[in-house]
Design a protein around this ligand. Structure first.
Ligand code: AHR
Length: 647
């Protein structure tokens, strides 16, 4: 009896000790830590993710988009069979006032083959044999008699590889749809829209989409690109920018209402990165993409000030910031409230009804909204931010508002931004920094000392200025510190996400693509390995260097995912030497010995490219663990070991 009770006491003691260890060596961390940031930079949207093949489909290109551009940029007038006529651009009776320009084709003689317009897309159109393409166009017949048209796709050798015909049926604007079957693949096809009879016609919104878009959505996304993004399994997506949001001057600010509804009624505008945005990929499509990926939407609205670098003033010190006039602020604030209603309101609400009209009666479950993007913290900014913040906070306490603290990890805007965040008790602030890999390795303690009572952090933009394996591994080391601080660092996203070869304004980026293919950078794989291996509890003291002399080139983390109960350890070695680590899993009672091990390693300077897209990529193998084991991290490596829980 005596033995039994002392045994019981011992048992209770051990259990309490174990519980105490659990209580002290673990903490809850953000379930949303790894997301993505999509901005229409580097032709990420038009000519990229947005699957429209026709460039300047609505004749809205302008010299203010880019020097030398005009309404007929990307279009050629053709009269192949000795026909003659004229083409002009007019604005007197557009489909919609938001879309003012259209082409007018006056066919005096159609000749043997017809006269019309040719579009070469964004560096050529990509069409695949055996697949269907959806052609559409808006026409208004200006002559008495109907005008017949041929729609033809040619490869660069001039071979016809798909065609259809149509004829005008109305003296009012009318949309015509046709499906084109492609007989031979081409990466550089041209679309020819040819009047084959006499007459006069107004033409607008000439469009060609593959039938096979991501999830087969109409007005959808390029399937391979969207799938590569979705394969990151992001917990959220921030959009549509970046600098794109606050815009190059007040008139260029991204206004979400201009980007919803029928595409022919959306307002296209200059892209701050030096090209044109059609808004075909607009707020509905962004929210839908989030839903299709299982990511929470994180829209960012401007804090009612334009980019401080407007007009290129970054060259002379950032004086370009302008504030929306106070008389217009109530309307602007209402626009932000309307966005929340559009996303979350019932189908019976004014803006919920517009979401329903677009085909989505159910709410989008918006949880986060960003106000501002790395703005210069001026009195103009502060006043307007506070005006928007106070109203949104009062009317929507359920939404997490994210403020902004400048474009750098320190400095005046960072300090002032954080001061405002503390004063207003903003739930979260958005930090941005693009630094050298050495900075990321050296600054892994950055968030250890952040005051847990302050706003949470959204690390909305970061990258280590390169796409070599070393860059990616340095980012991986830093990401273990983001996990360690996942109680305060709530969201993170690498930036920028996408870049089109030959149209890149910003390097490095996570995914590079051209019209036909893409490659993932080592940075992509690091993001993906962390993202698909997220946990919501962080454990300390599970991993330790075997040698006492470890430095910041060695980094590690241990998390557990409450859904699967799997335990995941990440081991990063940024040095040129192998390093031994000790792992002690004995506190986890329900783990199997079965694990998977993903290893990303190689030469520090190695990069992926279109020629060698798979030079650096993770290799996954089965792995056996015991409650305590040693592991040698290879030089320049990230190892992710996922230990399965016993089912
Ligand atoms: O990610 C590219 C740009 O970097 C973003 O538009 C801006 O927020 C930052 O300066």
């Amino acid at each position: 009896m005596k033995i039994k009770s002392s045994f019981l006491l011992l048992l209770i003691g051990i259990t309490l000790q174990a519980q105490q260890k659990n209580a002290t060596n673990s903490k809850s961390i953000s379930p949303d830590l790894i997301g993505i940031f999509f901005e229409d930079i580097n032709y990420a949207a038009d000519g990229g993710l947005y699957a429209e093949q026709v460039q300047n489909r609505s004749f809205e290109y302008a010299p203010s988009d880019k020097s030398g551009w005009n309404s007929l940029t990307a279009w050629d007038y053709i009269a192949w069979g000795f026909g003659y006529g004229t083409v002009s651009v007019e604005t007197s009776s557009p489909i919609h006032p938001n879309n003012p320009h259209y082409a007018v084709l006056n066919i005096e003689d159609a000749g043997r083959e017809g006269i019309g317009l040719k579009n070469s897309g964004f560096d050529g159109m990509v069409v695949k044999a055996g697949e269907k393409y959806n052609f559409s166009v808006f026409l208004r017949q200006l002559s008495e008699s109907a005008v017949p048209f041929a729609v033809k796709l040619y490869n660069r050798k001039g071979k016809l590889i798909g065609e259809t015909t149509l004829s005008t049926q109305s003296k009012d604007w009318k949309k015509y749809n046709a499906t084109i079957n492609i007989t031979q693949s081409s990466d550089t096809a041209d679309l020819v829209f040819l009047a084959t009879g006499k007459g006069k016609v107004a033409i607008d919104m000439v469009s060609l989409f593959p039938e096979k878009t991501f999830k087969n959505r109409p007005n959808g996304l390029r399937a391979d690109l969207a799938q590569t993004v979705a394969d990151l399994q992001p917990k959220f997506m921030r959009f549509p920018g970046g600098c794109l949001v606050h815009g190059d001057g007040l008139g260029n600010m991204y206004r979400w209402k201009n980007t919803i509804g029928p595409v022919e009624q959306r307002i296209a505008q200059k892209n701050i990165w030096g090209y044109h945005q059609t808004a075909g990929l607009g707020y509905f499509e962004y929210f839908q993409f989030c839903e299709d990926m299982g990511a929470k939407p994180l829209p960012v609205v401007a804090a009612a000030v334009s980019c401080q670098n407007s007009g290129g003033t970054w060259r002379i010190g950032g004086t370009g910031q302008k504030g929306i006039p106070q008389t217009e602020m109530p309307e602007y604030i209402q626009e932000v409230l309307d966005l929340i209603e559009w996303a979350n309101g019932p189908a019976t609400s004014t803006w919920g009804a517009k979401r329903t009209e677009a085909g989505h009666p159910k709410p989008f479950n918006l949880e986060y909204i960003g106000i501002g993007n790395e703005d210069k913290i001026t009195p103009e900014f502060e006043t307007r931010f506070k005006q928007i913040y106070d109203v949104v906070k009062a009317k929507h306490p359920e939404i997490t508002i994210i403020g902004t603290v400048g474009p750098a990890p320190q400095g005046e805007d960072y300090e002032l931004g954080w001061k405002i965040a503390r004063e207003l008790q903003i739930p979260m602030v958005d930090e941005h920094y693009y630094e050298k890999p050495e900075w990321f390795i050296a600054n892994q303690k950055r968030y250890d000392s952040y005051n847990r009572a302050d706003s949470k952090v959204y690390l909305g933009e970061y990258a280590s200025r390169g796409n070599s394996l070393f860059n990616a591994i340095a980012e991986a080391a830093y990401m273990t510190s983001l996990e360690r601080n996942g109680d305060i660092v709530w969201l993170t996203s690498y930036a920028p996400l996408l870049a089109k070869a030959g149209h890149t304004q910003w390097n490095p980026d996570m995914i590079y693509f051209n019209n036909t293919t893409l490659f993932r950078t080592p940075n992509y794989y690091v993001q993906q390995l962390f993202s698909v291996n997220q946990g919501d509890t962080y454990f300390q003291d599970i991993i330790a260097p075997a040698q006492s002399k470890a430095d910041s080139t060695l980094a590690f983390s241990c998390v557990q995912d409450s859904k699967t109960k799997d335990v995941i350890i990440k081991l990063v070695n940024c040095s040129k030497k192998e390093h031994k680590l000790k792992v002690d899993l004995s506190q986890f009672k329900n783990l199997s010995s079965k694990a998977t091990l993903a290893l990303l390693t190689g030469s520090a300077e190695n990069k992926n490219s279109f020629e060698e897209p798979n030079k650096i990529m993770p290799k996954t193998t089965d792995f056996k663990v015991s409650p305590k084991f040693g592991y040698s991290t290879q030089p320049m490596s990230l190892t992710v070991i996922r230990i399965k829980s016993k089912k």
